[in-house]
Design a protein around this ligand. Structure first.
Ligand SMILES: [Zn+2]
Length: 381
């Protein structure tokens, strides 16, 4: 959910920072293990390396190829078209009664959600006992590219309205009142009526198509794949590579939901930690009812004010920024590890055995590692 403005200084700063850390003897085991030969972006390169990322056409070709190779286990479907007329395609796999939704690239300049969801789909489609066990219990819908126009333009928003598609699902009166009641409990001022009126509510066709898919599929679980800027882990000198996020205050959720989303985060964090090259943190507190994961948890209304009568357990992953060719492999892989671990726990029925309070033990995401840290006058937020 990182904004481009926050992300961009990182790319220029990373070499300087890495040099400083080396000079201070502070380079971390995690950073060096994960990215031998770092820095992540060559000096002077202000933009991430697009050639390391799958284009819209390449994602479509991958989907077609995976479906063709799968001998009928993967079904690709077009659910609509983007504002500029690009096909919105999703893949289904599995026969289980539990339904899991995975989405990537809702923010067009946060690329590897597409690569990670396709890698996860390929791993499932490749067969083998582990995959078969998951697919007997779970039916997945996998959305590699939620915002194709935004990706091709390499901006966060869609290109038709320039709105954030992760702030464009419906918010009804009850939910808005709940937000204000949570704020009152925290001693915060009430949000004015203008905030309620200004929610965009499925203005974009991408939001409409995906809401109807959600209302038809009714996922029990959802994981949304993002990138953030580059941050420290807590107050350490370690760089976090991977944050676990929950997009609502617990006061917005039923108790079972709050437990389930924390359990998902703990399972994914444990798996990533076991992998070794990943440094996991807890994404900061947010409470955004208009986001997709939030709205899916809140039985949010659709484009015509209709209700699906459903509450998903939804959370998100945030991979670090600084996304050059060298870091692509481990950034994609940490997402696949997290997704696989959650799916395994769901399929095995062990997710509910996890202690949800361990969520609080995941280290908090620390300060931003950006040029702004050193030169705040250059960053007029
Ligand atoms: Zn994002």
């Amino acid at each position: 959910m990182a904004s481009l403005r926050r992300c961009l200084p990182v790319f220029r700063m990373w070499l300087v920072l890495a040099t400083l850390l080396v000079g201070a003897g502070g380079v971390t085991a995690v950073a060096s293990a994960a990215t031998p030969g770092g820095p992540h972006v060559p000096p002077g390169q202000g933009e991430p390396n697009r050639s390391a990322m799958l284009s819209y056409d390449e994602v479509q070709a991958e989907l077609v190829a995976i479906e063709a190779r799968s001998k009928g286990t993967v079904r690709v479907e077009q659910i609509g078209v983007s504002g500029e007329g690009r096909a919105l395609r999703v893949a289904y796999i599995g026969t289980g009664d539990t339904r899991v939704w995975i989405q990537g690239r809702i923010h067009g300049n946060e690329p590897y959600g597409a690569e990670a969801s396709l890698a996860f789909l390929k791993k499932l489609a490749a067969g083998g006992k582990h995959a078969r066990d998951l697919l007997e219990e779970i039916t997945f819908v996998i959305i590699p590219l939620y915002n194709p126009d935004g990706y091709e333009a390499y901006i966060r928003q869609d290109t038709t309205h320039r709105i954030d598609l992760n702030r464009d699902w419906g918010v009804d009166r009850d939910t808005f009142d709940l937000v204000n009641s949570v704020r009152a409990g925290q001693g915060l001022p009430q949000l004015p009526e203008s905030v309620f009126d200004n929610y965009t509510r499925h203005r974009a066709v991408e939001s409409q198509a995906h809401w109807y898919l959600w209302a038809e599929f009714l996922p029990h679980y959802m994981i949304d794949l993002h990138h953030q800027g580059t941050y420290y882990s807590g107050d350490s000198d370690d760089m976090t590579t991977f944050s676990m996020g929950i997009s609502l205050d617990p006061g917005m959720l039923e108790d079972e939901q709050w437990d389930a989303v924390r359990q998902m985060a703990v399972v994914a964090a444990d798996a990533a930690d076991r992998h070794g090259a990943v440094n996991v943190t807890r994404y900061p507190y947010i409470n955004i009812p208009e986001g997709v994961t939030s709205a899916s948890m809140l039985n949010a209304p659709g484009p015509d004010g209709e209700y699906a009568g459903w509450r998903t357990n939804a959370m998100f992953f945030e991979s670090r920024g600084g996304i050059g060719q060298k870091s692509r492999g481990y950034l994609v892989n940490q997402n696949v590890i997290g997704l696989w671990a959650i799916a395994e726990a769901i399929a095995a029925g062990t997710l509910s055995d996890v202690d949800p309070d361990r969520w609080a033990d995941i280290p908090a995401r620390g300060a931003t590692i950006t040029q702004c840290t050193k030169f705040p006058q250059q960053c007029a937020y």
